[in-house]
Design a protein around this ligand. Structure first.
Ligand SMILES: Nc1ccn([C@@H]2O[C@H](COP(=O)(O)OP(=O)(O)OP(=O)(O)O)[C@@H](O)[C@H]2O)c(=O)n1
Ligand SMILES: C[C@](O)(CO)[C@H](O)COP(=O)(O)O
Length: 398
């Protein structure tokens, strides 16, 4: 049942990530093969009850922001300020014209937020007007003075760690932020503290220990290792394809149009390199082969561009919660010479699959003028793919 109230989300991403060390603003670094901000934003963009996602960015980051979140639907990014509080305020002002009832304010540096936490945030804001996700403290917390000596030991049972998304009625938190700015207050480390200052009662709801903020280099190292361990089931597949030459003036090879004295005889564009890669990926998934997914008897694949097939195979890996570790293809032909085209082909495969080019290899060999490739009657290609799947992968419900 859709919720009657309109919920928007603000993703604050204008920080510099100084505590995370060298390597640029932390929200644009990769964790588990995806940028931190993409992971954080995707959860809100895909949530059925969130109608608008408002990113807040540093003006210096416009280009890397667009690249990092390509494919996600969001409001035009607005510029942040020098503090997190100022950035949130900018996001609220940018959203005002959309008139949301509820707003969720989330750190782009918390990439592991789940749909369940977002749903709890929306429920809590609907019920209470102001609420934060909280998790219990497991260590004893000390309050210390300037000397480092303990001043007090707060009662642990009453302490909580506050996370984001923090959830509010939109007009109330916008008003509180405006008042804080007017009063020259810029030191609130979260929106709940600002709301408390403004006289609001802030409730808590169940947070999620996994929804941690990436702050230090150690956070990145630990979470990278955790994600890698989750994807520890490593599979390999191989593929092979052949196409004969026919009339024509070019070949499609590894997604690149290569001028040639012959063309391919094929139902699709005949791209043996991409076809071998598709079979290698499907093989690693134990998921049939290219012919079972794209039957040559089906007229819709006549003349089809083979990048579609490769993208499809990549999506099958993602749908199983997996990642491709590397792809390798070997072209077997006398001509055209592949060496000069190698890096263009690698770049094209990387573009189609979304992989870093360092994970894509293109090789070539002749068959010493032996056999059908040696007689230049056609081209063959072999490929291999290594993929990482979650340990609990069960195939397609097998
Ligand atoms: N002026 C600022 C400061 C912070 N943030 C955002 O607020 C979130 C939480 O802040 P924090 O973890 O402190 O990020 P940084 O300020 O980038 O980190 P650091 O303090 O280490 O520089 C991050 O998503 C960050 O991008 C922001 O939008 N604008
Ligand atoms: C908002 C926050 O993530 C809640 O825990 C936190 O206060 C942000 O603090 P930071 O110093 O800006 O990282």
């Amino acid at each position: 049942m859709p919720r009657p109230e309109r919920t928007a989300a603000i993703l604050v991403a204008a920080g510099r990530g100084l505590r995370a060390g060298a390597g640029g603003p932390k929200q644009y670094r990769e964790i588990g093969g995806q940028t931190v901000i993409f992971r954080a934003m995707e959860a809100f963009c895909r949530h059925p009850d969130v109608f608008a996602v408002q990113p807040v960015v540093n003006p210096d980051d416009a280009a890397i922001f667009n690249e990092a979140v390509a494919g996600l639907r969001h409001q035009p990014p607005t510029n942040g300020g020098v503090t997190r509080q100022a950035s949130v305020h900018a996001g609220l002002e940018a959203l005002a014209a959309e008139k949301p009832d509820i707003v969720l304010i989330h750190d782009a540096a918390r990439p592991f937020v789940t749909s369940a936490v977002i749903s709890r945030a929306i429920d809590a804001a609907g019920r209470t007007g102001a609420a934060v996700p909280a998790i219990p403290v497991t260590d004893t917390i000390k309050q210390v003075g300037d000397t480092g000596n303990v001043e007090a030991t707060p009662e642990r049972a009453r302490l909580r760690i506050a996370q984001t998304p923090q959830a509010f009625r939109f007009d109330v938190i916008l008003d509180a932020h405006r008042r804080a700015a007017r009063d020259g207050r810029s030191d609130f480390t979260d929106d709940a503290a600002l709301a408390e200052w403004a006289g609001l009662t802030v409730a808590t709801f169940e947070g999620d220990p996994a929804n941690m903020k990436l702050t230090t280099p150690e956070d990145f190292a630990r979470e990278e290792a955790r994600l890698a361990a989750q994807l520890g089931d490593i599979r390999t597949g191989t593929g092979y394809d052949v196409h004969a030459f026919g009339d024509g003036d070019h070949l499609m090879l590894c997604g690149v149009r290569v001028p040639h004295v012959r063309g391919f005889l094929a139902h699709s564009d005949g791209d043996v390199g991409l076809h071998a890669l598709v079979d290698a990926i499907l093989g690693a998934l134990a998921d049939g082969d290219i012919g079972s997914h794209f039957p040559p008897s089906d007229p819709q694949w006549k003349g089809a561009a083979s990048d579609k097939f490769l993208k499809y195979a990549v999506d099958r890996v993602a749908a199983r919660g997996g990642r491709i570790a590397n792809l390798e293809v070997t072209m077997i032909c006398e001509r055209p010479k592949i060496g000069p085209l190698r890096d263009t082909m690698r770049a094209r495969i990387a573009e189609i699959t979304g992989l870093n080019i360092s994970r894509v290899a293109v090789k070539a060999t002749t068959s010493e003028r032996l056999g059908f490739t040696g007689r230049e009657e056609g081209i063959a290609a072999t490929a291999s793919a290594t993929i990482r799947l979650p340990w609990n992968d069960k195939g397609w419900g097998e």
